[in-house]
Each structure stands twice: as structure tokens, then as C-alpha cells.
Design a protein around this ligand. Structure first.
Ligand SMILES: [Zn+2]
Ligand SMILES: [Zn+2]
Length: 394
């Protein structure tokens, strides 16, 4: 087999680079989104360009948007696309050539040897890419920075030397490819941090984007019992979780621990994953963890300070762990499982929208009026149906 890094990229066919002006959905601090044409020639530090295939909407985008962005920004950090140009150095470093389909991580880390995180490839812990410190992330760099094309909600986005690029199989279904990042998060949280394995009982709080991904992650490692807990308003999403093999449980202001005991035949959970930030309620429910069980906290919620039953923690040899993002290894496993048809996520409806619909969709999602399926995917090459039809109508 030829090692791709040995190929002289200059002698291989290369696609045209990006057009000078590209359409982008620019999200504003006043919680509106407008379509602008941004200039790729204004790019600073671009080592290549990606034609965006999909940019899946994540709860983090919706939260930041709803709270009011600091400045106009092209959002979108769960990005899949095709490399249309890449310089020779990065082509070799990433083992990627024009025409390759890739997924990105959102981190734009410092990559310095004196950074304890970057030195060991733990990019999510680099201060430069921290969501609350450096903020150098795909989908978070302001639109007035160079080309402004730093997020997935645009026809093209620039690649920088510190972009984290993963090659995707060309034949991977487009709906499944858009799951690469949230499914990687779910593998990191449920399996790596939570310790889910064959035979485990996994209880997931929240049937949203990451909750549904976590069901798939638990299923992929052979969990014996998967329970998903949601509020009455999320009944539609609980149905999706059920179709993936989870037991749906509605939490209508009930005692969470009691609900878990009832749903697990009194046995409790090996893994309790809070994807919504129930905070103190989730910590209180840690008393129904099984021996060596783990509570995995994926959000702060409204009670960042709470009481903890130390007696049950020690007796159960339990672990409580907070999680953020994912490891590079989790991305690789996500891609392998998706490509191998072993995620089960193909049954989750994909809500595909074009750039023109981003304003309406983000507005709806920020006010809790999003679609039933949590898998909302912006496809920048997609035009509104009425725009598409215009040319074919007689
Ligand atoms: Zn995200
Ligand atoms: Zn760093």
C-alpha cells in the first residue's frame, strides 16, 4: 500500500480553490442571523479551504446565540466538508489532499511545546481553545477576523495550521457523517469517562443531541440496559431514544433516584450521564449508583454548588467526573463505528436546512421551539425549496 504522505502533492490532481466571495450565515449579537458574502482573499493564516458539506447545530451554538454573541460570528463547529485546497506542508502533516472528505474538531489549540495540554495532544484542555478563556474555536472566531470564514455555517471555511482534521471515508453516508462530533463526545463521556461496557446499565439524563448520541455509544459497547430520562415536553425525543433501544422514562418533577431505581428493577446504574446540567438533582441521584458506578456531568445547570452524600459515594467506591469535549481517539472511534454501520444513528431523522433558514431555525431553537429530532444539519449548498424550484417551474 502506498503511504499517502509519500505522494508528491504537487503532481496529483488538485481542485480549484474557493471562489473569492462566498455565502455565509453571520449570526449577530442581537440574536438574528443574516446572509453575507465574505471575501476569501481577506484570509489571514489560511493553509487551505474546505467546501462545507454539513454543519450540525449543537446545544453550545444555541446557548451562545441565545445568550447574545460578543460579536458577529459565522457559527457552526460540527463541520464536515471536502478539502478544495491545502498547502504542501499541511497536506503532509494531515495526510490530506484536495478532494478528501474530512471532519473537523472545533479546537484551534496553540500547539506550543510549552503548553502541557498541546504537548501531549490533549487539545481540548489547551487554554487558547477553552470556551471561556482563549475562545479560539471553529464557529467562535469573530467575522471581522480576516476572512471571517471560521465556522461551518458558510459555503466554504478556511483551514489553519492548528485545525484538527480527520479524514472521512468518501462513501460514508452524509447524514451519518454529520454525527461524527456528537457521537465522539458521547463515546468519550459514556465509555471513556463513564466506563460503560458490555453488560452495563447506563442511565442518560436528557434525550437531546448528546443524549441520543450517548444511547448509540452505550449500545455500541454492548450495554445491557439503557434508560433515558426526559421531561414531558421531550416525549418525541424519548421516542427516538426508544427506537434506538433505550427505555424511555418521563420525569415530571419526580424524584430522580426513585425513577432510576424503578426503571432498573431496583438495581441502579453503572453509569449515570447528565447531558442537560441537572446539577444538584443529578448529584443527589448518585446515591443509586451501583458499586464502582460513575456519575458523569456534562453541564453545570442552575445548581453549580450542591450537597453530596459522601457516605454512599465511599461505600459504593463511586466516581463523579465532569466532562468536556472529546479526545482525538474518540473521534477516530466515532468515524470507525459510523463507517462500519455500527452506530444505529441512521434511524434518527435528520433535519436539513440551507443557509437561508439558519436565522429562523436558530431563533426557534434558542427559544425552545426546535424540531422534534435533535439532529439539525445546516447544508450550505442547499437552497430553499422555492429557490430550487424557480428554474424548473414553467
Ligand atoms: Zn458542539
Ligand atoms: Zn496549547
Amino acid at each position: 500500500m502506498t503511504n499517502r504522505a509519500d505522494i508528491d502533492t504537487a503532481s496529483t490532481p488538485s481542485l480549484a480553490g474557493p471562489p473569492t466571495m462566498v455565502r455565509a450565515a453571520v449570526s449577530m449579537p442581537d440574536t438574528t442571523t443574516t446572509i453575507r458574502h465574505l471575501d476569501t482573499s481577506a484570509a489571514v493564516g489560511a493553509v487551505g479551504w474546505l467546501e462545507v458539506e454539513s454543519s450540525a447545530v449543537c446545544g453550545t451554538d444555541v446557548g451562545l446565540y441565545g445568550a447574545g454573541l460578543d460579536s458577529p460570528t459565522v457559527l457552526g463547529h460540527h463541520v464536515v466538508g471536502t478539502v478544495v485546497s491545502v498547502d504542501r506542508t499541511q497536506s503532509a502533516a494531515w495526510d490530506v489532499r484536495p478532494g478528501d472528505r474530512v471532519a473537523l474538531e472545533e479546537y484551534l489549540p496553540c500547539m506550543q511545546q510549552d503548553c502541557p495540554a498541546c504537548r501531549i495532544g490533549d487539545h481540548r484542555m489547551c487554554p487558547q481553545t477553552d470556551l471561556f478563556v482563549g475562545k479560539r474555536r471553529v464557529g467562535l472566531v469573530p467575522a471581522n477576523d480576516g476572512s471571517g470564514l471560521h465556522g461551518g455555517n458558510a459555503e466554504y471555511m478556511q483551514l489553519s495550521a492548528n485545525s484538527l482534521v480527520y479524514r472521512l471515508p468518501a462513501e460514508l453516508d452524509a447524514d451519518l457523517a454529520a454525527w461524527t462530533q456528537p457521537f465522539a463526545n458521547a463515546l468519550d463521556w459514556t465509555v471513556d469517562a463513564g466506563g460503560a461496557e458490555e453488560g452495563s446499565t447506563v442511565v442518560i439524563i436528557g434525550p437531546g443531541y448528546h443524549g441520543i448520541s450517548a444511547v448509540a455509544a452505550a449500545r455500541a459497547v454492548g450495554a445491557a440496559r439503557i434508560v433515558v430520562i426526559g421531561v414531558p415536553e421531550s416525549a418525541g425525543r424519548l421516542e427516538i431514544a426508544e427506537s434506538l433501544g433505550a427505555v424511555p422514562v418521563i420525569n415530571d418533577n419526580d424524584d430522580l433516584a426513585e425513577l432510576i431505581l424503578r426503571a432498573t428493577g431496583g438495581e441502579g446504574a453503572d453509569v449515570l450521564l447528565d447531558t442537560v446540567g441537572l446539577g444538584g438533582q443529578a448529584v443527589a441521584a448518585a446515591r443509586v449508583l451501583r458499586k464502582r458506578g460513575r456519575l458523569v456531568i456534562g453541564g453545570l445547570g442552575s445548581t453549580p454548588v450542591c450537597e453530596l452524600d459522601l457516605k454512599s459515594l465511599v461505600r459504593g467506591a463511586n466516581t463523579i467526573v465532569g466532562v468536556r469535549g472529546r479526545s482525538p481517539d474518540a473521534v477516530t472511534r466515532s468515524i470507525e463505528l459510523l463507517a462500519g454501520g455500527r452506530s444505529g444513528l441512521e434511524i434518527v431523522p435528520s433535519v436539513d436546512i440551507g443557509l437561508d433558514e439558519v436565522d429562523d431555525m436558530l431563533g426557534r431553537m434558542a427559544t425552545g421551539q426546535g424540531p422534534v429530532s435533535p439532529h439539525v444539519v445546516i447544508r450550505p449548498q442547499l437552497r430553499r425549496p422555492n429557490t430550487q424550484k424557480r428554474g424548473t417551474l414553467s
